[in-house]
Write a protein that binds this ligand. Structure first.
Ligand code: ATP
Ligand code: ZN
Length: 521
């Protein structure tokens, strides 16, 4: 490389692929085409490989990984969903296996693994020489004849929306600043951040636009999390005070292996970006790569079998799972599917403890609708994909009220922590300030009549382990958990739903005005 010439860095990137490996043979073709033209092009993943399809339920990331190894990914950072199995009996075993079997390293500047037995030994901090199957806070890689520095960042929101358990997320600005400085001290002046923060996500947590503004020295951000389709790179040229700064180029490639992102960046000899061009290559237009297509059969045949296996339950009608900040949403309103799931939870929990009065399911945990007709294993597993266990919890009436206030606090906006319920009914007023919305809470008696909840009495309720441990910001549940008032029954949610629909035979849940906003017509 002649010193007076500009330096060119070429990157391919994916993010939020979420176990959608049905597209992987087309991705393989696109990657090969780019490499044929630009042999030095890197291939990076900005996280969220885990969770989303039956491939994940069945193979726990190892199917995706086989293709990532085949395609020779160079590096990955962790998405929030990589921590989804933390609350399972195996803890972060699937993630540890994913890291160990990867033929590429992981970069992660703000995630603290030191309290997790499965992951802490894979974390090597900073090292000039990296090895595959390990995690580094920052890395230097020789690309096209020059050293390029890499850092990785994962959204702090992970603690609320996934199950990281003992894994902690440090402040992204602080950790990024520290690692960029370190790389610069080592003489690296071209720096790429591989991030799972979201492009313009909730700034109360973190996002790429703010990363570009607040942290000096990052030249390129390869992002994920917000599933943003950036058809062309975005260039940030001002800092947080609006002052001119060296350019930072941000890219993100939508989701589900629908696109391969490509980016070419030109640097001057000081390591300042002087030009960039990038695009998203649409994979639907590509032919299948024969080797990848052949390999996929091994996994897809297994999935097809599982998908079509009947549970014995038959849906009398389609059970929708609507989303959106206006109208009916599973994250802001009672739904037939929410009623079915909570009825199944209550039914199962009562086998263990007949005193249980009600059950709750977070709307954000109901991930897919169920079609009319035969309900298959595939339906049940895609509707409840997290492998949650059923937990019972002792709470006072007043604590239940606190939880229900939290549940309806964000309406009309969606809230992953909106609680569906069985065994009780709730009315509230969304025109009142958050925290002051609950109007009535009544428990259903065996004869079908209702009795008001007594704020001073202690009750036992059932919910999933994610919610019981305080997921979605339920601190009142988290307190009960920390005080030993939660019993995990160890029964997985999808198996409970499978058994419940089989028991019902004909599945026909109704809207019963269990949850009513008195302000809504
Ligand atoms: P992305 O796929 O880009 O990361 P996301 O998962 O961050 O999206 P959402 O689709 O809003 O964003 O999912 C977050 C919601 O998922 C949480 O609010 C929570 O309700 C639910 N959730 C996450 N993990 C679990 C779990 N283990 N059990 C039940 N619900 C969960
Ligand atoms: Zn995602």
């Amino acid at each position: 490389q002649q010193k007076d010439k500009t330096y060119k860095l070429s990157i391919m990137h994916t993010n939020d692929t979420h176990a959608h490996i049905d597209n992987v043979a087309k991705l393989a073709t696109a990657v090969k085409e780019v490499r044929a033209a630009k042999p030095d092009s890197l291939l990076l993943s900005a996280g969220d490989v885990f969770s989303g399809t039956l491939y994940f339920n069945e193979f726990k990331g190892q199917a995706d990984l086989e293709f990532m190894n085949l395609l020779k990914y160079d590096m990955m950072t962790f998405g929030n969903h990589e921590f989804d199995l933390g609350a399972s009996p195996e803890g972060h075993q699937a993630l540890a296996d994913f890291v160990k079997n990867a033929k590429f390293p992981f970069v992660s500047s703000n995630v603290n693994f030191s309290k997790d037995d499965k992951l802490k030994n894979l974390y090597k901090g900073y090292s000039l020489k990296y090895k595959n199957g390990n995690i580094y806070s920052a890395m230097i890689k020789k690309v096209n004849g020059e050293n390029v520095g890499f850092i990785g960042l994962t959204t702090e929101e992970t603690k609320d929306i996934s199950s990281p358990e003992n894994v902690k997320f440090e402040n992204y600005i602080r950790e990024a600043t520290k690692d960029v400085k370190l790389l610069e001290l080592l003489g690296v002046n071209k720096i790429v951040a591989v991030t799972h923060l979201g492009y313009d996500d909730n700034p109360e947590y973190d996002n790429d636009l703010n990363l570009a503004k607040y942290v000096d020295g990052i030249d390129v951000i390869v992002g994920g999390h917000s599933h943003t389709q950036l058809n062309a790179p975005v260039v940030v040229t001002t800092d947080e005070k609006g002052k001119k700064k060296d350019p930072t180029v941000i890219v993100q490639a939508y989701q589900y292996e629908e696109y391969l992102g490509t980016l070419d960046v030109e640097f001057n000899k000081k390591g300042v970006v002087t030009g960039q061009a990038g695009q998203l290559i649409k994979l639907a237009d590509k032919a299948d790569d024969p080797e990848a297509a052949q390999l996929l059969k091994k996994y897809s045949s297994k999935i097809a079998e599982l998908k079509n296996k009947p549970t014995g339950g038959v849906a009398a009608k389609a059970l929708a799972n609507p989303r959106g900040d206006t109208g009916v949403s599973v994250r802001s309103s009672e739904t037939e599917l929410g009623n079915l799931i909570t009825d199944g939870m209550l039914d199962k929990a009562k086998d263990f403890n007949p005193n249980i009065v009600a059950s709750f399911q977070n709307g954000g945990g109901i991930r897919a609708p169920i079609d009319q007709g035969d309900i298959t294993y595939g339906d049940v597993l895609t509707t409840l994909p997290f492998g949650n266990t059923l937990a019972t919890m002792k709470l006072t009436g007043s604590e239940i009220k606190t939880a229900l206030e939290h549940s309806v606090s964000q309406e009309p906006k969606e809230n992953g922590g909106f609680l569906h319920m069985s065994g009780m009914k709730l009315t509230y007023d969304s025109t009142k300030p958050a925290g002051n919305r609950v109007v009535t809470m009544e428990l259903k008696n065996a004869d079908g009549t209702f009795t008001p909840l007594d704020l001073n009495k202690e009750y036992v309720i059932a919910t999933n382990a994610f919610t019981a441990k305080g997921g979605d910001g339920f601190t009142v549940f988290q307190n009960a958990y920390n005080q030993g008032r939660v019993t995990d029954l160890g029964l997985s949610d999808w198996e409970n739903l499978r058994d419940y629909v089989a028991e019902l035979g004909t599945v026909n849940p109704q809207i019963e005005k269990r949850i009513v906003d008195v302000a809504r017509p």
